[in-house]
Design a protein around this ligand. Structure first.
Ligand SMILES: NC(=O)c1ccc[n+]([C@@H]2O[C@H](COP(=O)([O-])OP(=O)(O)OC[C@H]3O[C@@H](n4cnc5c(N)ncnc54)[C@H](OP(=O)(O)O)[C@@H]3O)[C@@H](O)[C@H]2O)c1
Length: 416
């Protein structure tokens, strides 16, 4: 591994202004140093902490963001910091100055999605963010370019590497939850604030981004229900083991009919036939279901410096041939709306008195510490904070109830 910043800039080298030299920033640096066919050069690196020990000499760093933002000859801003608010500020300033940006910051993009799309349009600058959703899996460009005209039924999967790593360690290896979380953090899979991962927020931000590219909609993250794995408890672990099921944290956006999609993040109980049953550790898996191509599955590393750096490199490379997202689904005639008015099958595990507070539409079975039944997603959202604080673990056991299955019902498709 070379720790050198490349010197001797050729006139056709792309000059990069890099924000952040943490897990992903260093990963990108390694990837760029080992990239044979692509010429780029990190011109300036801006970080935050003046007293941190680093693998490069101190004079390789700046602590002043305008050293990049005001520098005319920087071709591309690469934003890899862990502060979504500051990342938005940097990205907005760069786009307004007509500078293209590459980012991996799913929180920043999901929370400001509509404004970021407008900024690109208004200032003629591009923002690429393949690394923000499932790191090394090239899912954004696949939805944008390959599935631009397919009738998508759903995009779902394991979008959070550290939760999946923790579930693998706890369920398969019997490790206790705090030790599994500590291991995920030590390996650089977990976000600086682990609640983002284990609470299902990180997966939700990715889901919001993918929903935009799959269905052309901007969904406000706060409208999307997310419950993670932080309430993992003995009753649910026992239930899963007894039935030979695994628990996976699944984010899903599902087309309910010709007008409506729903989206949510919840753990799911999966059996050995499920395509994601054997996706373990920090790996992510994305399932795209479509009317004509049927089911496609993408599996790969969803976290870590090098896999994420590799996705950033791909965006840097795409930027070099002027690639920009066109947000094709957003300009198509069929406009989808987002709804939480959907019924889902769940199993809830916790203390009996807490479980009684869940407003089940119907109950299928009930025993000590466990209730299985149907519940409306919108009623769960209203109880979100109470569910979190009471330690109830909820997992889905099936697919959301689809309202009108025009695309699934092949008879309804136009034959020529
Ligand atoms: N880690 C992953 O596997 C992964 C995967 C996909 C996407 N991402 C995303 O990639 C981004 C970076 O993640 P990371 O894991 O590399 O984080 P990290 O290891 O915590 O590193 C964060 C870096 O950002 C710098 N930073 C923070 N605030 C800053 C500011 N105001 N100005 C300049 N620099 C600032 C830090 O500076 P100091 O060095 O001075 O502290 C540090 O170098 C995040 O948006 C994350 O969501 C991460």
């Amino acid at each position: 591994m070379s720790n050198d910043i490349k010197i001797g800039i050729m006139s056709n080298d792309i000059k990069i202004g890099l924000f952040g030299y943490g897990c992903v920033g260093q990963g990108l640096h390694d990837v760029l140093n080992n990239s044979k066919g692509f010429r780029s050069n990190i011109d300036t690196i801006v970080v935050k902490n003046k007293h941190k020990q680093r693998r490069l000499p101190q004079d390789a760093f700046s602590f002043e963001k305008n050293d990049i933002l005001d520098k005319q000859d920087i071709d591309l801003v690469v934003e890899l910091i862990d502060d979504a608010k500051e990342a938005f500020d940097i990205t907005k300033t760069a786009l307004k100055n007509g500078k293209n940006v590459v980012s991996a910051n799913k929180k920043m993009i999901a929370e400001n999605f509509e404004e970021l799309v407008a900024l690109q349009k208004n200032h003629g600058a591009g923002l690429l963010y393949e690394a923000s959703a499932c790191a090394s899996i090239p899912i954004i460009r696949t939805l944008e370019e390959y599935y631009d005209n397919e009738l998508l039924e759903s995009v779902s999967g394991i979008f959070n590497g550290s939760s999946n790593y923790i579930l693998s360690k706890v369920i398969n290896e019997g490790l206790d939850y705090p030790s599994a979380l500590a291991k995920a953090q030590a390996l650089g899979f977990a976000e600086s604030d682990p609640t983002l991962d284990v609470g299902g927020y990180d997966a939700k931000y990715k889901l919001v981004i993918l929903s935009g590219h799959a269905y052309g909609i901007f969904i406000k993250p706060e409208k999307v229900f997310n419950l993670g794995i932080d309430n993992l408890n003995e009753p649910i672990i026992r239930y899963a083991r007894d039935q030979k099921l695994k628990i996976k944290l699944i984010a899903q956006v599902v087309r309910l009919d010709d007008k409506n999609v729903t989206a949510f993040v919840l753990p799911k109980l999966v059996n050995s036939d499920h395509p994601l049953y054997n996706v373990e550790n920090e790996n992510n898996g994305v399932i795209v279901r479509a009317a004509f191509s049927d089911e496609q599955i993408f599996i790969g590393k969803g976290a870590g410096g090098h896999p994420t750096g590799s996705a950033v490199l791909s965006d840097i490379s795409a930027n070099s041939y002027d690639y920009q997202y066109e947000y094709k689904k957003m300009s198509q005639a069929n406009k989808f709306l987002f709804t939480n008015n959907v019924t889902i099958d769940i199993v809830a595990a916790g203390f009996n008195e807490d479980l009684q507070k869940i407003p089940f539409v119907s109950i299928q079975s009930q025993k000590q510490g466990l209730i299985e039944g149907k519940v409306k997603l919108e009623t769960l959202i209203a109880l979100q904070n109470e569910i979190r604080s009471s330690g109830i673990f909820i997992a889905t056991t099936g697919e959301p109830e689809v309202l009108h299955t025009t695309f699934k019902n092949k008879d309804a498709l136009v034959e020529v």
